[in-house]
Write a protein that binds this ligand. Structure first.
Ligand code: GLU
Length: 284
């Protein structure tokens, strides 16, 4: 079993991250497998080197180890761009210049009604239907427009889709469901020319990850990932979407929840064993 923990260095790791990382580490070790760390730092406006350093420190303190060098997404941009180029020439992408306000305005037309997918309001396809020159490749990143996946040109023959989730069992869905419940998601963002979805899918395949262990808040995104794996001829790992760690009021922890930062517990004298107990993991 090859598992991974893939944090974005945009804030301190909190108890929820500790749970996810230790669970992925425990599951790999229990099967004689391997636990990998990947730094998801494509968002250059939010990623900070000091958060990355603290991620290494916190995870080491928790007793985790992983092979070096660690994969950092900021060093893999050319690999992502190559795939995006190919997708463009395969007519699977289109340029979209809609702002968030444009999307909300299009969706609030009386006949539409707003539905939400994993990335927010489901894109109504405005720019897909706009005449655009698909023979002209958009300038390399930073793009003037985002690049969206065209689910109308997605090969019907690859549907229906299936993946295995440890909690939910075999999950099935169709291209039609993807079109109505997810929509044409962004594959290439303007600034970095890639997106979380595309990068995570390519990296999981590149690293040979067999079990993706992450919070259940990403369950809906898994549909996108499975559809991309099929499209790009990549294997689909097994998924393990785990419970989210909540605060005293039952609210899920966010990055800015500094009160639950691992660092804070460390500074207050807690041990890694205490952290395991707090998130409900057995002692090792
Ligand atoms: N970088 C993502 C996050 O920090 C993790 C995504 C994943 O595990 O696939 O939320």
């Amino acid at each position: 079993m090859i598992t991974r923990f893939a944090p974005s260095p945009t804030g301190p790791l909190h108890l929820g991250h500790a749970y996810s990382a230790m669970l992925a580490h425990d599951m790999a070790k229990a099967t004689g497998g391997m636990f990998l760390l990947r730094i998801e730092d494509i968002d250059r406006t939010r990623a900070r080197p000091e958060w990355e350093t603290q991620i290494y420190e916190d995870l080491h303190w928790l007793g985790l180890s992983w092979p070096e060098p660690v994969m950092r997404q900021s060093e893999r941009l050319s690999a992502y761009h190559e795939v995006i180029d190919q997708m463009w020439w395969d007519r699977l992408l289109y340029q979209c210049t809609c702002t968030r306000a444009d999307i909300l305005a299009a969706l609030s037309a009386p006949q539409e009604g707003i539905s939400y997918g994993p990335d927010g309001p489901i894109y109504p396809g405005t720019c897909r239907n706009r005449n655009q020159d698909r023979d002209h490749y958009p300038s390399p990143a930073p793009h003037e427009a985002v690049l969206r996946l065209d689910l109308q040109t997605y090969p019907v023959g690859l549907s229906p889709f299936q993946f295995h989730d440890d909690a939910k069992g075999d999950v099935h869905f169709s291209l039609e469901q993807l079109q109505t419940q997810v929509g044409d998601i962004i594959i290439g963002r303007k600034d970095m020319g890639t997106s979380y979805h595309l990068s995570a899918v390519l990296d999981d395949a590149m690293q040979g990850v067999t079990h993706v262990i992450r919070g259940e808040d990403l369950f809906e995104a898994t549909q996108i990932h499975v559809a991309l794996q099929k499209l790009l001829n990549l294997p689909t790992p097994t998924y393990h979407h785990h419970k989210l760690i909540r605060d005293g009021q039952g609210k899920r922890l966010a990055k800015r929840d500094d009160a639950r930062a691992i660092r804070k517990y460390r500074d207050e004298g807690a041990s890694p064993h205490d952290i395991r107990r707090m998130v409900g993991l057995p002692a090792v």
